[in-house]
Design a protein around this ligand. Structure first.
Ligand code: ADP
Ligand code: ZN
Length: 607
């Protein structure tokens, strides 16, 4: 293992393994099979890349996403590791060249798409000295998974042809059926299954419910201003919303681009490319976006609408903070979202399953306990402590006896013969003189005006809570009217009390327009801003190199690596080599320029 640790430092610039990495690697060196379940950003790649470097011969990596393949090969080459890709997107002469290169034994890792594997299994592969086989995104093999790929079902041939080569299958999707499917279909021999925690403690979790469109936009602008110079994704349910949002953001000087399945592929590619290369800060996208993206420095994800399931939600927020650094997520949800998603679920052909998934998602949004605990328990993991990094932990709800409020609301609903929706209920409670209230005679009800003391927003909040607590239910089949449940009746007639969470006024949402996030010129140094100045300068340098070499900035150095530079302020080449994420190749290539810049910012003489 010592030797492996040295290789880890030499090629990747890391000094220790993440949980389970060493164990998985040992297993491969023993020529044994394994299945690795780790969340996105958990560090799956090292599990096969390091033994590939260590062992003689070439490692075969099966990967379904061509864009991701390109990214991974690029990252390996940047670290001085000979890696190539073989897929159907390449030109024939390029493919021939790659094959030659492989046969000369010069390649440590060969990334290959499943369809290319099929055509090369009898030709190229038998001519190689294969050290190990890694199957990335292994859940694609299963019909149960969310991303089934027919080409993946032919992978059983690998074990038949290369019975003595260890196979490692890796995925971030972990349910039991998928697991069994992977093991069976790949014909893994006595595989050890490694499962690491699915927790992503670096992601903060915040949920806001039912804001008006205007407030939603204002919240987003504030959020983006608070994340200046950091990039993120806004997921929308509707294509049109992505385009609309981009326009709105532009008026606030925020550089954004839209991405949805209805756009021509050239436009989608451009959007993706602009995002990867930091030419835009924000992508407003439908769910189609993100599959092939390995960008490690996505700093935030916003859900403009509620996702259809917790799996989707977790996968989407998981695109933030792959480098392990602090990242923020924000989800908006509303009754309207719920209604639309219900319809999708009902029409989906898998009604029961999808309705159940949606229910779990709705419950997650409405939960008033630590959100991370709810998420982890959904994935079958138990935790014994609150996370401290979700909105509930940071701002725990204050409870009060809300029995009287519940009684007022429920009584209004009963007196209106359970024919009214949320809006009408609030209007009656607040004694509104709108015609739709008076023409039905609701102004004659005893409860008319009984809740004048609360604002519209407050009532809306409390009615939501009453639904969540099970005192009311929404009849989606009849214009979303509200109905009193048996438990609600108990509160109404004084047989039970109701605890509600106190409504808190949302933050001030007025927006002060700010300047676009242009990198600032290096300013004179004052003691408290030196770190900020240094980070700015390092970011600019990384961007310049990225543009010159035409590789994404995060492949040159991750945000985490820049962060370590700011903390340790290396001013000699030797100190620079100690930085997390600086291996020998990057030290040689970039060490000098970065050290010079750091010395310049610190006002030290040139080396
Ligand atoms: P996954 O494939 O599981 O989503 P990656 O393999 O892309 O995750 O790793 C996520 C991030 O963690 C990458 O930036 C990677 O360089 C970093 N990483 C992996 N292993 C280590 C380690 N042992 N020490 C520090 N950083 C690591
Ligand atoms: Zn929490």
């Amino acid at each position: 293992m010592n030797e492996l640790l040295q290789l880890l430092k030499k090629f990747f610039g890391y000094t220790s393994f993440r949980p389970l990495q060493a164990e998985v690697i040992q297993r491969i060196l023993n020529k044994e099979d394994s299945l690795v379940l780790m969340p996105t950003g958990g560090g799956k790649s090292i599990c096969y890349q390091l033994p590939a470097i260590y062992l003689p011969g070439t490692a075969i990596v099966i990967s379904p996403l061509i864009a991701l393949m390109k990214d991974q090969v690029g990252a390996l080459i940047a670290n001085g590791i000979p890696a190539v890709a073989l897929n159907s997107m390449m030109q024939e002469d390029e493919r021939q060249h790659v094959k030659q290169f492989c046969m000369q034994g010069k390649v440590k890792l060969l990334y290959i798409s499943p369809e290319k594997l099929k055509s090369e299994i009898d030709w190229l592969l038998p001519r190689l000295d294969i050290s190990l086989i890694a199957i990335d995104e292994a859940h694609c093999i299963s019909h149960w998974g969310h991303d089934f790929r027919p080409e993946y079902t032919q992978l059983s041939i690998l074990k038949e042809r290369f019975p003595n080569v260890p196979i490692v299958a890796l995925t971030a999707t972990a349910d039991k059926i998928t697991r069994t499917d992977i093991v069976q279909q790949l014909k893994l021999r006595n595989p050890q299954i490694f499962t690491s925690s699915f927790d992503r403690p670096n992601l903060s979790l915040t949920i806001k419910r039912d804001l008006s469109k205007k407030d939603k936009l204002a919240t987003i602008i504030h959020f983006i201003y608070d994340h200046k110079k950091q990039c993120g994704i806004i997921y929308c349910m509707k294509r049109n919303d992505t385009v609309q949002l981009v326009k709105e953001l532009a008026t606030y000087n925020i550089k954004a681009t839209a991405y949805h399945a209805g756009l021509p592929s050239s436009q989608r590619e451009k959007a993706q490319d602009d995002f990867i290369n930091d030419r835009v800060d924000v992508v407003c996208a439908t769910l189609a976006f993100g599959m092939g993206i390995d960008k490690s420095n996505v700093r935030w994800v916003i859900h403009y609408n509620m996702p259809a399931s917790i799996e989707n939600y977790y996968q989407e927020i998981g695109r933030a903070g792959r480098d392990g650094m602090k990242s923020d997520t924000l989800l908006f949800y509303s009754l309207v979202d719920q209604i639309i998603l219900r319809r999708f679920a009902e029409e989906s052909g898998q009604k029961e399953v999808n309705m159940e998934k949606l229910h779990r998602m709705i419950r997650y949004c409405g939960a008033d306990v630590c959100r991370r605990r709810v998420l982890l328990s959904y994935f079958g993991e138990e935790t014994d402590h609150d996370c401290g990094n979700c909105d509930v932990c940071k701002n725990p709800p204050e409870r009060f006896d809300g029995s009287v409020l519940v009684q007022k609301a429920l009584s209004a609903i009963v007196r209106a013969e359970e024919h009214i929706n949320m809006k009408m209920t609030i209007n009656i409670l607040r004694g509104s003189d709108r015609t739709e209230v008076t023409e039905k005679g609701y102004d004659q009800l005893k409860t008319y005006g009984a809740g004048k003391d609360l604002s519209y927003k407050e009532w809306k909040e409390y009615l939501y809570q009453m639904i969540q607590l099970g005192y009311l239910e929404v009849d989606y089949t009849r214009g979303n009217i509200l109905k009193v449940t048996p438990m609600g009746s108990k509160v109404l007639y004084g047989d039970m009390t109701a605890q509600l969470a106190l409504y808190k006024k949302p933050d001030d949402l007025t927006i002060v327009k700010r300047r676009p996030f242009k990198a600032r010129p290096i300013r004179p140094i004052s003691a408290d801003s030196i770190e900020e100045t240094l980070l700015d300068a390092l970011n600019q340098l990384r961007k310049q190199i990225s543009e010159r070499e035409q590789i994404p900035a995060y492949i040159i150095f991750s945000d985490d690596t820049l962060d370590d530079m700011v903390k340790k302020k290396p001013v000699t080449m030797e100190e620079f080599s100690e930085i997390r994420g600086v291996g020998e190749s990057k030290q040689d290539k970039y060490g000098k320029v970065f050290v010079s810049l750091i010395r310049f910012v610190l006002k030290l003489p040139k080396l």
